[in-house]
Write a protein that binds this ligand. Structure first.
Ligand SMILES: Nc1ncnc2c1ncn2[C@@H]1O[C@H](COP(=O)(O)OP(=O)(O)OP(=O)(O)O)[C@@H](O)[C@H]1O
Ligand SMILES: [Mg+2]
Length: 595
C-alpha cells in the first residue's frame, strides 16, 4: 500500500514536471506575463486573510473595550484591501487569458503544421470528427487548464496558507486540530486520477462521433434527403448523444464525490473547532476576539480547500489533453523526405515503375509486379475494370502513398530520394474527384501557380474551355464558387481543376478521368488542349473513354492489380481475345447505340 502510494505520487510529480516542461516552449515567448499572472495570484490569495485577521481587534478592542476609533478604521481597511484585491484579481485574469490564448494559438499552429505534414493514409483512416477533435479541441483543453489552473491553484494555496497563519495566530491548539482534519480531507484526491483516464478517452470518442455526424450531415445532405435517411440519422445521432450523456454522468460519479466528501470532513472539523474553542474561551485560554477571528478564517478556508479538489480535476484533464497533443506532435508522418533527399530538376528523361507491389492494408495486395517505362514527352494510358488499381498506380508517382516493394524511379532516382517539395512541384494532377476551395474561380486556378501572369491565366482558362462559361456568369473569374465548388456543375469543376493544372505547367502530368465529366463537345476541345499541353510533357492518363487515349504511346490494361496487356492502341486491337479489344468493342457498341 505504502509502495503503490509512493509510486503514484512519483507518477503525479513526473506528470506535473513533464507536462509543464513540454508545454514550456509554447509559453516561453510570454514567460514574463505568465509569471506575473501567477505572482499576482499570491497577494490576491493572501488578502482574503485580512478580513479574518481584522476581526480579532474588532471584537476585542471595539466590542469589548468599546474603543470607537478602531470601529472606524477597521471597516475602511477592509474596503481598501478588497479594492486592491479586486484590481489585482482583474490583472491576474487579464494576463492569464492573454497568455492562455496566445499559448493555445501557438500550439494549434504547430498542430496544424503537423496536420499538413501527415500522409493521405493518415486521413483515410480517420473520421473528420476525430481529426477536428485531435487538432483543435485537444489543444484547447490542454492550454485552458495550464495557466488558469496554475493560477487558481496558487491563489487558493496562498489563501489557504494565509488563513492557516491566521488560525495559528489566534490559537495554535485549535489550529493544530483543524489542520489535521484538513489534511485528512485532502486524502481522497489521490484516488481520482486513474479513474478518469478511461472515461476521458471514451468521451473523446463520443464527442468526435458527434462532430463527424455534423460533418456528414453537411456533406451528405442530398443523399440523406433522397434516401429519406433523416430518421436513420436522427436515431444514430441520438445514440451518440445518449452515450455522451452516460459518460458525463459516469465522470461525475467518479470525480464529483470528491468535493462533498471533503465538505463533510471539513464540517466535522468546524464542529470540532467550535466545541473545542468554546472550551478554550470558557477556561480563559483565548479571547472572544481570537475565537471569532479564528472561526471566520476557518469558514473562509472552506472555499479554497473545497475548490482545490475541482481545480485538481481540471488540472488532470488538461494534463491528459497535453499527453494526447504530444502524441500527435511526436508522431512521425509516414511519408517524408529520406535523409539526403535531393531536389529534382524539371528536366526529366525517363520514369520507371520497377517491380512495384502495393497494399493499402497489409496482406491485401492491390498492385502486383507493375513494370513499365515512360520516356520524356510520352503518354502512358491506363485502362481496365473499376477498382482494378489505375488510380492507385498513378498516386504512387507523387508519393501520396509509398510502394510496398519495388520502386518508382525518375531518371534512375527512387522518388523516395527526391524531396517531396520538388517532386510535387514537377507533377500536375487532375484527380477523379477534384477538390476546389471556397473562394473565386480565379483563386482556385491561381493555386496552380501563384506567380502566373494575367496572360498565363487567360491561356489556361482558354485551354480548359472555361472561357465561354466565364463570360456568361456574373462576376466572371471572380465569381464565388462556394465550399468545395458546390455552385459549379460537375463538368465546370473539372475544367477549373484542369485550368489549375495547366497553369502549374509541370513537366509531368497525371490525369485521372480528367475528361469524364465533360460533354462530347467539350471533351473534344479539352482533348485538343491536352494534346497541346502534352507536347513537351510526360503524361499519365486514366480514362474510361478509349477515344481519349487512342494516341497514347503505351496503353496498360490493369485488372485486379495486374497488368494484363500493354501496347499501343493498334497493337492491342490486334489481339482478338484481348481485354483491350473487349473493352473497345463494348464501348464502340454503346457509342453506336447512343448515336
Ligand atoms: N485508401 C484505401 N484504402 C484501402 N483500399 C483502397 C483505398 N483506396 C482504394 N482502395 C482499393 O484499392 C483498389 C484499387 O483502387 P483504385 O482506386 O486504384 O481503382 P481504379 O482502377 O482507379 O478504379 P476506378 O476505375 O473505379 O476509378 C480497390 O479495390 C479499392 O477498393
Ligand atoms: Mg480510379
Amino acid at each position: 500500500m505504502k509502495l503503490t502510494k509512493d509510486i503514484r505520487e512519483k507518477i503525479l510529480h513526473n506528470m506535473f514536471v513533464e507536462n509543464y516542461k513540454r508545454m514550456w516552449p509554447y509559453m516561453k515567448p510570454f514567460w514574463f506575463r505568465a509569471l506575473l499572472s501567477v505572482l499576482v495570484a499570491i497577494p490576491v490569495g493572501s488578502l482574503d486573510a485580512v478580513i479574518a485577521l481584522s476581526l480579532k481587534p474588532y471584537m476585542d478592542v471595539v466590542m469589548i473595550d468599546k474603543n470607537l476609533q478602531t470601529a472606524w478604521y477597521i471597516p475602511l481597511m477592509i474596503i481598501g484591501f478588497t479594492i486592491v484585491q479586486g484590481v489585482l484579481r482583474y490583472m491576474a485574469e487579464y494576463l492569464n487569458t492573454w497568455v492562455g490564448a496566445k499559448t493555445t494559438n501557438l500550439l494549434k499552429l504547430d498542430l496544424y503544421k503537423k496536420m499538413l505534414a501527415f500522409e493521405t493514409e493518415f486521413f483515410n483512416k480517420k473520421n473528420s470528427g476525430d481529426v477536428i477533435f485531435m487538432f483543435n479541441n485537444n489543444a484547447e483543453m490542454a492550454c485552458s487548464g495550464l495557466l488558469n489552473n496554475l493560477k487558481s491553484f496558487v491563489q487558493k494555496f496562498f489563501t489557504a496558507i494565509s488563513l492557516i497563519a491566521v488560525l495559528f495566530y489566534n490559537s495554535w491548539q485549535l489550529a493544530l486540530v483543524c489542520v489535521a482534519i484538513m489534511l485528512l480531507s485532502m486524502m481522497p484526491m489521490t484516488l481520482v486520477r486513474k479513474k478518469i483516464n478511461s472515461i476521458m478517452n471514451q468521451t473523446i470518442v463520443a464527442d468526435s462521433a458527434l462532430l463527424t455526424a455534423y460533418n456528414e450531415t453537411y456533406n451528405g445532405n442530398k443523399t440523406i434527403i433522397s434516401y429519406n435517411l433523416d430518421g436513420n440519422q436522427r436515431n444514430k445521432f441520438e445514440r451518440v448523444l445518449d452515450g455522451v450523456f452516460h459518460l458525463r454522468m459516469k465522470m461525475l460519479q467518479r470525480t464529483r464525490w470528491l468535493t462533498p466528501v471533503m465538505h463533510v470532513i471539513l464540517s466535522v472539523g468546524i464542529g470540532l473547532a467550535i466545541w473545542f474553542g468554546s472550551y478554550l474561551i470558557l477556561h480563559g485560554i483565548i479571547t472572544a476576539g481570537s475565537f471569532v477571528s479564528f472561526l471566520t478564517a476557518l469558514i473562509m478556508l472552506y472555499t479554497p480547500i473545497k475548490s482545490i479538489g475541482g481545480t485538481y480535476n481540471s488540472v488532470l484533464m488538461s494534463f491528459l489533453a497535453i499527453e494526447r497533443v504530444f502524441d500527435i506532435l511526436d508522431a512521425k508522418p509516414a511519408i517524408t523526405d529520406n535523409p539526403g533527399a535531393r531536389d529534382m530538376s524539371g528536366d526529366i528523361h525517363e520514369i520507371e515503375f520497377k517491380n512495384v507491389n502495393f497494399e493499402y492494408t497489409p496482406g491485401v495486395p492491390v498492385l502486383r509486379d507493375i513494370n513499365f517505362r515512360v520516356k520524356r514527352g510520352e503518354t502512358i494510358a491506363f485502362v481496365g475494370n473499376s477498382g482494378g488499381g489505375k488510380s492507385t498506380v498513378v498516386s504512387l508517382l507523387p508519393r501520396f502513398y509509398d510502394v510496398t516493394s519495388g520502386a518508382v524511379l525518375i531518371d534512375g532516382v527512387d522518388v523516395r530520394n527526391i524531396t517531396l517539395k520538388s517532386l510535387r512541384a514537377n507533377i500536375g494532377v487532375v484527380f477523379q474527384d477534384n477538390f476546389l476551395f471556397s473562394g473565386t474561380i480565379r483563386e482556385n486556378i491561381m493555386m496552380g501557380n501563384e506567380n502566373a501572369t494575367a496572360d498565363d491565366l487567360e491561356r489556361a482558362v482558354k485551354m480548359a474551355c472555361l472561357d465561354d462559361f466565364i463570360k456568361t456568369i456574373p462576376g466572371g473569374l471572380d465569381a464565388q464558387i462556394g465550399e468545395r465548388g458546390v455552385l459549379l456543375s460537375g463538368g465546370q469543376k473539372q475544367r477549373v481543376a484542369i485550368a489549375r493544372a495547366f497553369l502549374k505547367n509541370a513537366p509531368i502530368l497525371v490525369l485521372d478521368e480528367a475528361t469524364s465529366a465533360l460533354d462530347n463537345k467539350s471533351e473534344a476541345v479539352v482533348q485538343r488542349a491536352i494534346e497541346n499541353l502534352m507536347r513537351d510533357k510526360t503524361v499519365f492518363v486514366i480514362a474510361h473513354r478509349l477515344s481519349t487515349i487512342k494516341n497514347a504511346n503505351k496503353i496498360m490494361v490493369i485488372n485486379q492489380g495486374v497488368v494484363v496487356e500493354s501496347g499501343t492502341h493498334e497493337e492491342l486491337l490486334q489481339n482478338e481475345n484481348g481485354a483491350y479489344k473487349a473493352l473497345y468493342d463494348m464501348q464502340f457498341k454503346t457509342d453506336k447505340r447512343v448515336k
